[in-house]
Design a protein around this ligand. Structure first.
Ligand SMILES: [Zn+2]
Length: 436
């Protein structure tokens, strides 16, 4: 099957050019000003759209196995495709958790039946209990390149140091959820004057920042690589940016909810706004947006966390933390980058090229059974492409999302920019907001 994308703005890492892209048998076959496509090629009108490497999400909770009422690998992949994603990294806090070869193999096999590349983040410790290390080498042999106990941070510094020393020669990267759970103290929103007024227990910014500081020193001591998940405060970002400039092998992601929503959203006690780390202050949001626009951010990641309605529709302090992300992350990022002044090169850097490098999904290091992501739109590359329409406006409707869950904090919000088409593993899986 061949597909031709007509007259889109093709986004390179530094420059962009208007032209056609021809995809044949899963590979980009030709790129040029006006291509002679085979007569049976499926045509996508990409005028006024951006054509770039398919999005990669470093942080997706697919909930399978164990909580299929909230999401499945298949429904999560559909939501991802509509959001322009061609690859998702499935987080390990499933039931049972992804801390062993059998469960990881199950997720990879189920993922292979979807149109996207489904990768796995394996657990760092057995049962994500923060004690004995999980068999990282065995999981790495299956192609696992990221490890995390996400949902919680690895609290014991001796365990974290051992994990870094173990991961380093394997060529894999640890990804830490930075929150000291003792300091976070079971809190439900950001700690501050507002949490006091609302009568809710707070999670202090310091609970996150202390673990960032500690882990930066563990990275410095071990020489290993580390990825910082969903940083939410101005200081956390500044700490990691400074350490990266010193040559430490550290990367970080920020999530759309942390750069578009602040703690004031919790005033109505709506559990849709409960998330860990929590929504922070306006100053933190402004600092995250500024970092994004400066090009300091390695990746935007969704932390897509579906919850079935009967669990999420509880009082604020009892509801589980987490919100949906896959289907609106691109629009929110486009807006935060200053739509319509958004720089498309930065947009594809944080949505595709940056995360693909962290997940080791680029052509030079893609693991077995996965195609390559985050590269150039050039002949010979695997065809993972996102066509994004900056001029489209749309309104989020929680009941219209492809996810099995509805816990979006953006229900009813009008957004700018939308995915026009997704070509994953050479197949057109989304065309104009419709799954094909
Ligand atoms: Zn997390």
């Amino acid at each position: 099957m061949s597909i031709v994308l007509r007259q889109g703005l093709i986004i390179g890492p530094t420059s962009s050019v208007i032209g056609d892209v021809l995809v044949v048998d899963g590979t980009i076959a030709d790129v040029g000003p006006a291509i002679d496509a085979p007569s049976d090629a499926y045509e996508v009108d990409a005028r006024d759209c951006w054509v770039g490497p398919g999005f990669v999400d470093l942080h997706t909770h697919l909930r399978e196995p164990g909580r299929e009422a909230a999401e499945t690998i298949e429904s999560g992949a559909r939501a991802g495709a509509l959001g322009g994603y061609c690859a998702l990294v499935a987080m390990p806090n499933t039931e049972p958790c992804l801390d062993n070869v059998a469960t990881v193999s199950y997720v990879l096999a189920r993922g292979a039946t979807t149109p996207l590349d489904i990768c796995v983040a394996g657990a760092i410790t057995q049962g994500r209990r923060g004690e004995a290390l999980a068999p990282m080498a065995e999981m790495a042999a299956l192609g696992v390149r990221l490890f995390s106990d996400d949902g919680i941070g690895v609290r014991d510094p001796s365990v974290m140091r051992r994990a870094l020393l173990y991961a380093n020669p394997l060529g894999v990267r640890l990804a830490q959820h930075c929150e000291d759970e003792q300091l976070a103290g079971g809190g439900t929103m950001n700690e501050g004057a507002l949490s006091s007024r609302l009568g809710l227990t707070g999670r202090p910014a310091l609970a996150e920042e202390l673990m960032v500081m500690r882990d930066l020193e563990l990275v410095r001591a071990t020489g290993a690589a580390m990825h910082f998940l969903h940083l939410s405060t101005a200081r956390s970002v500044a700490l990691v940016v400074a350490a990266r400039a010193q040559g430490l092998r550290v990367t970080f992601e920020i999530a759309p909810h942390h750069f578009t929503l602040d703690e004031q959203c919790c005033e109505g006690y709506d559990p849709a706004f409960k998330v860990h780390p929590p929504l922070r202050t306006r100053d933190d949001v402004a600092a995250l947006v500024a970092a994004l626009r400066r090009g300091d951010v390695d990746a935007v990641a969704t932390d897509h966390a579906p919850h079935a309605p009967e669990l999420k529709d509880l009082p604020f302090d009892e509801a589980p933390a987490g919100m949906l992300g896959l289907e609106h992350a691109a629009s929110l990022t486009y807006e935060a980058l200053g739509a319509p002044q958004c720089d498309p090169a930065v947009f594809f850097q944080v949505m595709s090229r940056g995360p693909a490098a962290i997940a080791q999904l680029r052509r030079e290091d893609a693991p077995p059974r996965h195609s390559a992501h985050g590269g150039s739109v050039a002949p010979g590359e695997d065809a993972n492409l996102t066509v994004f329409s900056p001029s489209t406006h749309w309104t989020v409707s929680r009941s219209a999302l492809a996810s099995r869950s509805m816990n979006t904090p953006y229900d009813g919000r009008e957004l700018s920019g939308r995915v026009r088409a997704t070509i994953a593993k050479g197949r057109l899986v989304v065309d104009q907001e419709v799954l094909t």
